[in-house]
Design a protein around this ligand. Structure first.
Ligand SMILES: [Zn+2]
Length: 306
């Protein structure tokens, strides 16, 4: 049995959608691989992320280690500060139908990525519903149908955000870091939206640690793939579709040589939801991860099915 890998592509910025996604589409097509894209479609406030320097341990170090200005470009780093924030879906919407036409999954990665990432915990139910609703509106105008899938910006979720996804009819979400699909429990509340977590570290998290370059990263990921347990790798259009596109292409070629099978998260979700009572529950909690600034939501031990 071959190892199975799902590629989850987060698109956070206008640069990511306009330049990174077309580059990724080319690389994926060359290797005949289908992936799952998650798009932030509202204002690109990337520049405001700079202010995390003052609030979150690890952000400055991460910016330096990953050479963020080289990844994102000066203009992107100013959006939402003294440079007005462009609306991503309006400015590069023509790219979105191309993703779907190539046979990839397209889902949502929020409306205002920076707002969700930095302030989700303090947003009320109505504000969270507005963020998701606005993203859904832009998505529908671009693709003529609603999104089924949601991947939370910065792996930030809450009982409120999960309730909003349930109320707005999403099929599944990919909001957390973990090791196997589950229904997340927040204290005594269980979210009935299936969660398919990211199971592997990301390139931007490991780059620069103890001399970890793209080749070491590829070997590390390949070493984690196993036949019994499908894995989910998160990419960023700004990273693997930007300065690291050639390394990503080499990574896919290596996977192909080893017979790795690729799947779209949506297809796995539909399969799992045929037997929802077999899906386990697990507590989620905010934790620090190596190479990532601030905390992200992480799956705890399995507790058995619903
Ligand atoms: Zn993101």
């Amino acid at each position: 049995m071959a190892a199975r890998l799902g590629l989850k592509v987060d698109v956070d910025t206008l640069q990511g959608l306009r330049d990174g996604v077309p580059a990724l589409l080319e690389v994926l097509e060359a290797q005949e691989v289908k992936a799952s894209f998650f798009l932030a479609l509202g204002p690109d406030n990337s520049g405001r992320a700079i202010f995390r320097v003052f609030r979150q341990a690890g952000f400055l170090e991460k910016m330096w280690r990953t050479r963020a200005p080289a990844l994102y470009g000066f203009k992107t780093m100013c959006y939402g500060t003294f440079w007005p924030a462009p609306l991503i879906g309006a400015a590069a919407g023509e790219v979105v139908p191309r993703i779907a036409a190539a046979g990839h999954e397209v889902g949502l990665h929020g409306y205002d990525h920076v707002r969700w990432h930095d302030h989700l915990a303090s947003l009320g139910l109505e504000e969270v519903a507005k963020e998701v609703g606005q993203a859904q509106e832009v998505f529908t105008s671009l693709l003529g149908r609603r999104a089924y899938a949601f991947a939370a910006p910065g792996w930030q979720c809450s009982p409120r955000s999960r309730a909003v996804l349930a109320a707005q009819g999403f099929l599944y979400a990919s909001d957390t870091r973990g090791y196997t699909p589950y229904f997340p429990r927040f204290g005594d509340q269980v979210s009935l939206i299936l969660e398919i977590p990211t199971t592997l570290p990301t390139l931007d998290e490991l780059l620069g640690f103890s001399g970890c370059g793209p080749e070491e990263f590829t070997e590390l990921i390949l070493g984690r793939l196993e036949a019994e347990r499908p894995q989910v790798l998160t990419l960023h259009a700004e990273v693997e579709g930007g300065p690291f596109r050639h390394e990503f292409s080499r990574f896919l070629r290596r996977c192909r040589e080893l017979g790795v099978e690729f799947f779209r998260l949506e297809d796995w979700a539909r399969d799992l939801l045929k037997r929802p009572l077999e899906v386990p529950v697990a507590q989620v909690s905010a934790q620090r991860l190596v190479g990532r600034a601030g905390r992200v939501f992480v799956q705890g031990p399995l507790e058995g099915p619903l």
